[in-house]
Design a protein around this ligand. Structure first.
Ligand SMILES: Nc1nc2c(ncn2[C@@H]2O[C@H](COP(=O)(O)OP(=O)(O)OP(=O)(O)O)[C@@H](O)[C@H]2O)c(=O)[nH]1
Ligand SMILES: [Mg+2]
Length: 225
Protein backbone atom coordinates (compact mmCIF):
# COMPACT_ATOMS: atom_id res chain seq x y z
CA UNK A 1 0.00 0.00 0.00
CA UNK A 2 1.24 3.48 -0.79
CA UNK A 3 -0.63 5.83 1.41
CA UNK A 4 2.11 8.35 1.92
CA UNK A 5 3.21 8.95 -1.69
CA UNK A 6 6.61 7.38 -1.02
CA UNK A 7 7.41 4.19 -2.90
CA UNK A 8 10.52 2.74 -1.42
CA UNK A 9 9.20 -0.55 -0.08
CA UNK A 10 10.94 -3.69 -1.30
CA UNK A 11 8.23 -4.64 -3.79
CA UNK A 12 7.39 -1.08 -4.70
CA UNK A 13 8.12 0.25 -8.15
CA UNK A 14 10.65 3.01 -8.03
CA UNK A 15 9.71 6.49 -9.15
CA UNK A 16 13.30 6.79 -10.36
CA UNK A 17 13.98 7.28 -14.02
CA UNK A 18 15.89 3.99 -14.11
CA UNK A 19 14.53 0.48 -13.80
CA UNK A 20 16.25 -2.02 -11.51
CA UNK A 21 18.30 -3.35 -14.45
CA UNK A 22 19.63 0.17 -15.14
CA UNK A 23 17.59 0.78 -18.28
CA UNK A 24 15.55 3.96 -18.57
CA UNK A 25 11.90 3.42 -17.77
CA UNK A 26 9.06 4.74 -19.88
CA UNK A 27 7.83 8.29 -19.50
CA UNK A 28 4.48 8.06 -17.72
CA UNK A 29 1.79 10.56 -18.56
CA UNK A 30 -1.51 10.65 -16.66
CA UNK A 31 -4.81 11.80 -18.16
CA UNK A 32 -7.45 12.95 -15.70
CA UNK A 33 -10.62 15.01 -15.81
CA UNK A 34 -14.37 14.92 -15.35
CA UNK A 35 -16.53 11.99 -16.49
CA UNK A 36 -17.02 11.88 -20.24
CA UNK A 37 -14.70 14.76 -21.14
CA UNK A 38 -12.84 12.68 -23.73
CA UNK A 39 -9.94 11.07 -21.89
CA UNK A 40 -10.30 7.68 -23.56
CA UNK A 41 -10.92 9.29 -26.95
CA UNK A 42 -7.73 11.32 -26.48
CA UNK A 43 -5.79 8.21 -25.45
CA UNK A 44 -7.08 6.37 -28.51
CA UNK A 45 -6.11 9.22 -30.81
CA UNK A 46 -2.66 9.50 -29.22
CA UNK A 47 -2.09 5.77 -29.68
CA UNK A 48 -3.02 6.01 -33.36
CA UNK A 49 -0.84 9.07 -33.81
CA UNK A 50 2.24 7.82 -31.96
CA UNK A 51 2.28 4.02 -32.29
CA UNK A 52 4.37 4.00 -35.47
CA UNK A 53 7.15 6.10 -33.94
CA UNK A 54 7.11 5.05 -30.27
CA UNK A 55 6.84 1.93 -28.17
CA UNK A 56 3.84 2.69 -25.99
CA UNK A 57 1.28 1.12 -23.67
CA UNK A 58 -1.85 2.19 -21.81
CA UNK A 59 -3.29 1.67 -18.32
CA UNK A 60 -6.96 2.53 -17.86
CA UNK A 61 -8.77 3.02 -14.57
CA UNK A 62 -12.49 2.39 -14.23
CA UNK A 63 -14.45 2.25 -11.01
CA UNK A 64 -16.46 -0.92 -11.55
CA UNK A 65 -15.71 -2.06 -15.10
CA UNK A 66 -12.98 -2.45 -17.69
CA UNK A 67 -14.94 -0.51 -20.29
CA UNK A 68 -12.28 1.99 -21.27
CA UNK A 69 -9.73 -0.78 -21.86
CA UNK A 70 -12.36 -2.78 -23.75
CA UNK A 71 -13.06 0.24 -25.96
CA UNK A 72 -9.36 0.63 -26.75
CA UNK A 73 -9.12 -3.10 -27.47
CA UNK A 74 -12.16 -3.01 -29.75
CA UNK A 75 -10.70 -0.06 -31.59
CA UNK A 76 -7.40 -1.94 -31.85
CA UNK A 77 -5.42 1.21 -31.09
CA UNK A 78 -2.57 -0.98 -29.79
CA UNK A 79 -1.88 -4.72 -29.62
CA UNK A 80 -3.94 -6.18 -26.72
CA UNK A 81 -0.91 -6.99 -24.58
CA UNK A 82 -0.15 -3.24 -24.41
CA UNK A 83 -3.46 -2.32 -22.75
CA UNK A 84 -4.11 -3.00 -19.06
CA UNK A 85 -7.22 -2.22 -16.99
CA UNK A 86 -7.18 -1.35 -13.29
CA UNK A 87 -10.58 -1.71 -11.64
CA UNK A 88 -10.40 0.77 -8.78
CA UNK A 89 -13.63 -0.05 -6.93
CA UNK A 90 -13.45 3.31 -5.14
CA UNK A 91 -13.28 7.02 -5.85
CA UNK A 92 -11.09 7.32 -8.97
CA UNK A 93 -8.64 9.72 -7.35
CA UNK A 94 -7.81 7.12 -4.70
CA UNK A 95 -6.07 4.90 -7.25
CA UNK A 96 -4.09 7.68 -8.91
CA UNK A 97 -3.23 9.84 -5.91
CA UNK A 98 -3.64 8.11 -2.55
CA UNK A 99 -3.00 4.39 -2.94
CA UNK A 100 -1.25 4.11 -6.29
CA UNK A 101 0.01 0.54 -5.77
CA UNK A 102 -2.34 -1.10 -8.32
CA UNK A 103 -1.34 1.42 -10.98
CA UNK A 104 2.36 1.15 -10.21
CA UNK A 105 2.10 -2.61 -10.51
CA UNK A 106 0.29 -2.24 -13.83
CA UNK A 107 2.92 0.05 -15.35
CA UNK A 108 5.77 -2.12 -14.10
CA UNK A 109 4.13 -5.30 -15.43
CA UNK A 110 3.73 -3.65 -18.83
CA UNK A 111 7.41 -2.72 -18.91
CA UNK A 112 8.35 -6.28 -17.94
CA UNK A 113 6.04 -7.92 -20.44
CA UNK A 114 6.16 -5.70 -23.54
CA UNK A 115 9.05 -3.35 -22.81
CA UNK A 116 11.26 -1.56 -23.41
CA UNK A 117 8.64 1.17 -23.63
CA UNK A 118 9.05 4.85 -24.44
CA UNK A 119 5.69 5.95 -23.10
CA UNK A 120 2.89 4.74 -20.83
CA UNK A 121 -0.42 6.62 -20.79
CA UNK A 122 -2.37 6.23 -17.54
CA UNK A 123 -6.05 7.21 -17.80
CA UNK A 124 -7.80 8.01 -14.53
CA UNK A 125 -11.42 7.19 -14.02
CA UNK A 126 -13.58 10.28 -14.54
CA UNK A 127 -13.52 12.44 -11.44
CA UNK A 128 -14.08 15.98 -10.29
CA UNK A 129 -11.95 19.10 -10.63
CA UNK A 130 -9.80 18.23 -7.62
CA UNK A 131 -8.42 14.95 -8.97
CA UNK A 132 -4.69 14.92 -9.62
CA UNK A 133 -2.09 12.19 -10.01
CA UNK A 134 0.59 11.39 -7.48
CA UNK A 135 4.02 12.42 -8.75
CA UNK A 136 5.11 8.93 -7.70
CA UNK A 137 2.89 7.48 -10.42
CA UNK A 138 3.28 9.82 -13.40
CA UNK A 139 5.91 12.24 -14.65
CA UNK A 140 3.42 14.65 -16.19
CA UNK A 141 -0.31 15.03 -16.26
CA UNK A 142 -2.90 16.14 -18.76
CA UNK A 143 -6.24 17.41 -17.50
CA UNK A 144 -9.06 16.97 -20.01
CA UNK A 145 -12.23 19.05 -19.75
CA UNK A 146 -14.81 19.66 -22.44
CA UNK A 147 -16.81 22.61 -23.63
CA UNK A 148 -20.12 20.87 -22.88
CA UNK A 149 -19.31 20.75 -19.17
CA UNK A 150 -19.79 24.53 -19.07
CA UNK A 151 -17.56 27.38 -20.17
CA UNK A 152 -17.09 28.47 -16.56
CA UNK A 153 -14.98 25.39 -15.69
CA UNK A 154 -11.60 27.09 -16.32
CA UNK A 155 -12.70 30.04 -14.17
CA UNK A 156 -13.70 27.69 -11.33
CA UNK A 157 -10.13 26.42 -11.20
CA UNK A 158 -9.19 23.53 -8.93
CA UNK A 159 -5.89 21.65 -9.03
CA UNK A 160 -6.58 19.87 -12.30
CA UNK A 161 -7.24 23.10 -14.19
CA UNK A 162 -4.60 25.19 -12.46
CA UNK A 163 -1.66 22.80 -12.06
CA UNK A 164 -1.84 20.11 -14.77
CA UNK A 165 1.16 20.19 -17.09
CA UNK A 166 -1.26 20.44 -20.01
CA UNK A 167 -4.91 21.50 -19.95
CA UNK A 168 -6.98 20.13 -22.83
CA UNK A 169 -10.33 21.74 -23.63
CA UNK A 170 -11.98 19.05 -25.73
CA UNK A 171 -15.06 18.88 -27.98
CA UNK A 172 -14.70 22.39 -29.39
CA UNK A 173 -17.01 21.22 -32.21
CA UNK A 174 -19.86 21.27 -29.68
CA UNK A 175 -19.32 24.87 -28.55
CA UNK A 176 -21.95 26.42 -30.86
CA UNK A 177 -24.54 23.89 -29.74
CA UNK A 178 -24.05 24.31 -26.00
CA UNK A 179 -23.38 28.05 -26.06
CA UNK A 180 -19.83 27.83 -24.76
CA UNK A 181 -17.63 30.84 -25.29
CA UNK A 182 -14.20 29.51 -26.27
CA UNK A 183 -12.52 32.92 -26.01
CA UNK A 184 -13.74 33.26 -22.46
CA UNK A 185 -12.52 29.75 -21.63
CA UNK A 186 -9.10 30.61 -23.08
CA UNK A 187 -8.89 33.87 -21.12
CA UNK A 188 -9.92 32.20 -17.85
CA UNK A 189 -7.47 29.34 -18.41
CA UNK A 190 -4.70 31.86 -19.00
CA UNK A 191 -5.58 33.64 -15.74
CA UNK A 192 -5.54 30.36 -13.81
CA UNK A 193 -2.46 28.85 -15.43
CA UNK A 194 -0.19 31.73 -16.41
CA UNK A 195 2.42 30.18 -18.72
CA UNK A 196 1.24 26.56 -18.46
CA UNK A 197 -0.01 25.34 -21.85
CA UNK A 198 -3.64 24.90 -22.94
CA UNK A 199 -4.84 23.05 -26.03
CA UNK A 200 -8.30 23.45 -27.54
CA UNK A 201 -9.20 20.43 -29.64
CA UNK A 202 -11.97 18.54 -31.33
CA UNK A 203 -11.45 14.88 -31.99
CA UNK A 204 -14.25 15.04 -34.55
CA UNK A 205 -12.31 17.19 -36.98
CA UNK A 206 -8.80 17.95 -38.19
CA UNK A 207 -6.24 18.42 -36.76
CA UNK A 208 -7.64 16.30 -33.93
CA UNK A 209 -5.08 15.29 -31.34
CA UNK A 210 -2.08 16.78 -33.18
CA UNK A 211 -1.25 19.50 -30.63
CA UNK A 212 -1.41 17.07 -27.70
CA UNK A 213 0.71 14.56 -29.60
CA UNK A 214 3.31 17.28 -30.24
CA UNK A 215 3.31 18.17 -26.54
CA UNK A 216 3.87 14.48 -25.68
CA UNK A 217 6.79 14.33 -28.15
CA UNK A 218 8.35 17.38 -26.50
CA UNK A 219 7.99 15.87 -23.03
CA UNK A 220 9.49 12.63 -24.26
CA UNK A 221 12.43 14.41 -25.84
CA UNK A 222 13.10 16.14 -22.51
CA UNK A 223 12.77 12.83 -20.67
CA UNK A 224 15.23 10.99 -22.85
CA UNK A 225 17.70 13.87 -23.08
N1 LIG B 1 -18.39 15.84 -30.30
C1 LIG B 1 -17.31 15.32 -29.73
N2 LIG B 1 -17.41 14.19 -29.00
C2 LIG B 1 -16.31 13.69 -28.43
C3 LIG B 1 -15.04 14.30 -28.57
N3 LIG B 1 -14.14 13.57 -27.86
C4 LIG B 1 -14.83 12.57 -27.31
N4 LIG B 1 -16.13 12.62 -27.65
C5 LIG B 1 -17.21 11.72 -27.24
O1 LIG B 1 -17.50 11.95 -25.88
C6 LIG B 1 -17.93 10.73 -25.25
C7 LIG B 1 -17.06 10.49 -24.01
O2 LIG B 1 -15.72 10.29 -24.44
P1 LIG B 1 -14.70 9.40 -23.62
O3 LIG B 1 -13.40 9.46 -24.32
O4 LIG B 1 -15.27 8.05 -23.35
O5 LIG B 1 -14.66 10.21 -22.27
P2 LIG B 1 -13.86 9.85 -20.91
O6 LIG B 1 -13.36 11.13 -20.37
O7 LIG B 1 -12.86 8.79 -21.20
O8 LIG B 1 -15.04 9.27 -20.02
P3 LIG B 1 -14.89 8.46 -18.62
O9 LIG B 1 -13.71 7.57 -18.74
O10 LIG B 1 -16.18 7.69 -18.53
O11 LIG B 1 -14.76 9.50 -17.56
C8 LIG B 1 -17.79 9.64 -26.30
O12 LIG B 1 -19.06 9.42 -26.88
C9 LIG B 1 -16.84 10.25 -27.31
O13 LIG B 1 -17.01 9.75 -28.62
C10 LIG B 1 -14.94 15.48 -29.37
O14 LIG B 1 -13.89 16.11 -29.56
N5 LIG B 1 -16.11 15.95 -29.91
MG1 LIG C 1 -12.54 6.99 -20.25
Amino acid sequence: MHLDHSHDGPSAVSADARRPDGSRRALRIGLGGPVGSGKTATVAALCRGLRDELSLAVVTNDIYTREDAEFLLREAVLPPERITAVETGACPHTAIRDDISANLEAVEDLEDEVGPLDLILVESGGDNLTATFSKGLVDAQIFVIDVAGGDDIPRKGGPGVTTADLLVVNKTDLAPYVGSDLARMAADAKTQRAELPVVFQSLRSEPGVTDVADWVRTRLAAWTA
